[in-house]
Design a protein around this ligand. Structure first.
Ligand code: PGA
Length: 251
């Protein structure tokens, strides 16, 4: 089954509103009219509204970097799905390793966020991935399996099909160190096996799995040409339109 490549930019805690608008304009100019690849950019919350105005007539979709699972109310500092919907967000990154490492994200909060996002009509980008210690001690598969099963617990097949998974080995994020195309593909094939077990083979074959971790123009083509790598979640290289473009149209 053909899975359309999906490249998403995760801007993390970078850009003022002014910077974000300029960067979004650059991205729209570079890749906003092509439709061979699905493209999304995920600016910080405070820039979502301004960036929405920039991308609205293009093929670039808007994403957020996190969401809280509660509907509304006394949750100081949090942003709910309804707010993201109202600003025009399509995708939401859930369970990023930085959230897991620094902000107490667990498989259970990831699951609650996915449920809330799907209910609100947002499309989750669900992040999973092992640390260097976990890989070195042979636990990559166990970690990725626990995270995947935890994320999708109680999620129907129909809803799971709306999700993208981002396999991001923590040791490759922002380090300049990339998983080899073979390492990435092997992990993706493994995740797809878990999805087939959770749902069925057809569903597993139709769900997109992005690779994330120091993807850049120089390594994108080889990574994206792997059988089970269906796109990328891009951090550092998403902050420069020419680098991001070099991943959307890798040479
Ligand atoms: P990186 O980040 O491309 O800077 O490694 C990827 C991510 O954390 O999503």
């Amino acid at each position: 089954m053909a899975r359309k490549t999906f490249i998403a930019g995760n801007w993390k805690m970078n850009t003022t509103i002014e910077d974000a608008v300029a960067l979004a304009k650059g991205v729209v100019e570079a890749v906003g009219s092509q439709d061979a690849v699905d493209v999304a950019i995920c600016p910080p919350y405070v820039s979502l509204a301004a960036v929405k105005d920039v991308v609205k007539d293009s093929n670039v979709k808007l994403g957020a970097q996190d969401v809280h699972w509660e509907k509304m109310g006394a949750f100081t500092g949090k942003v709910c799905c309804g707010m993201l919907k109202s600003v025009g967000v399509t995708y939401v990154i859930i369970g990023h390793s930085e959230q897991r490492t620094y902000f107490h994200e667990t498989d259970s909060t990831v699951n609650k966020k996915i449920q809330a996002a799907l209910k609100a009509g947002l499309l989750p980008i669900v992040c999973i991935g092992e640390t260097l210690d976990e890989r070195k001690s042979g636990k990559m598969e166990a970690v990725v399996e626990t995270q995947t099963r935890g994320a999708f617990e109680g999620i129907s097949r129909e809803d799971a099909l709306k999700c993208t998974i981002a396999y991001e080995p923590v040791w490759a994020i922002g380090t300049g160190e990339t998983a080899t195309p073979e390492q990435a593909n092997e992990a993706h094939v493994f995740v797809r096996k878990i999805l087939a077990d959770l749902y069925d083979e057809e569903s597993a074959q139709s769900m997109r799995i992005q690779y994330g971790g120091s993807m850049k123009p120089g390594n994108a083509k080889e990574l994206l040409s792997q059988s089970d790598v269906d796109g990328g979640l891009i951090g550092g290289a998403a902050l420069k339109p020419e680098l991001f473009e070099g991943i959307v149209n890798p040479k």
